[in-house]
Design a protein around this ligand. Sequence first.
Ligand SMILES: Cc1cc2nc3c(=O)[nH]c(=O)nc-3n(C[C@H](O)[C@H](O)[C@H](O)COP(=O)(O)OP(=O)(O)OC[C@H]3O[C@@H](n4cnc5c(N)ncnc54)[C@H](O)[C@@H]3O)c2cc1C
Length: 242
Amino acid sequence: MHLRLPVSVSEALECLADGATPIGGATLVWAVWQRDGFPDCAMSLRELPEANVVGREALGAAVVLNQVDDRVPDVLRLAAGAVGTGAVRRTATVGGNLVGSTLRCLLPAALVLDARATVLETDGVREADLAEVVAKRPVLLSLQWREPLASTYRKMPGDAGGPPPLAVALASHADGGGGTRLRVAVRDGYDVLSGSAASATDDHADALRELRGTVFDDLPTDAWEVVGRQAESLRADGPAAR
Ligand SMILES: Cc1cc2nc3c(=O)[nH]c(=O)nc-3n(C[C@H](O)[C@H](O)[C@H](O)COP(=O)(O)OP(=O)(O)OC[C@H]3O[C@@H](n4cnc5c(N)ncnc54)[C@H](O)[C@@H]3O)c2cc1C
């Protein structure tokens, strides 16, 4: 297998046109490739600056999970810190998690940030929404979002070999008109539900009521209680918190 390390977007596009398979930290693909055979050519984005950005409003796909620190909003930092073991987090990447894994602990966090993706296709770079990234699995270059007022994430403990544990992400955003919008995303099993509602009070009770009656209508009560507790912690963090 030939591993290519593009240093510019145009080089990455050439790799893609040549049929190179994207690779992150190889925490998932290595075992598969050993079993099924290695591709002729793979492409890592680890030398590509655009895929390594870490900031208040952007995160690159090649960033290793344990480098997702307090430079990003809390919700993403906490989500990355909840993935697997320390050994996995030292190697696995944002792109491998969002595009390549079935658990996708980062997805609820990205959803409540209302993140947009920048993806590479053979004919160039373009924006995509997260639903498309999950469904079509393009090569992910980076995520961008508007910084929230406050955000939080909670992943419940799970049983080894059992279903994915509940993961809950919340973020409050300035709505541009002087109000606040609450975004909530919940991974329940392998399903990820998300929605948003206008919030007129500090405790977000109105927004939670609206969301419970619509998007989260079928969510089990104990899961919704976790959402409520996380909304409390969002308030405790205050509007200046991340
Ligand atoms: C022991 C263990 C525990 C785990 N626990 C969790 C957990 O609790 N929560 C969770 O969410 N995940 C968990 N995972 C999955 C983990 O998140 C993935 O292993 C990891 O995210 C894959 O990242 P990687 O960079 O190693 O991807 P790789 O193994 O390199 O690639 C995986 C797939 O993603 C594709 N890919 C990689 N980068 C990109 C990109 N930029 N654009 C498009 N496609 C790309 C590859 O082509 C491949 O198909 C666990 C994994 C292990 C091994």
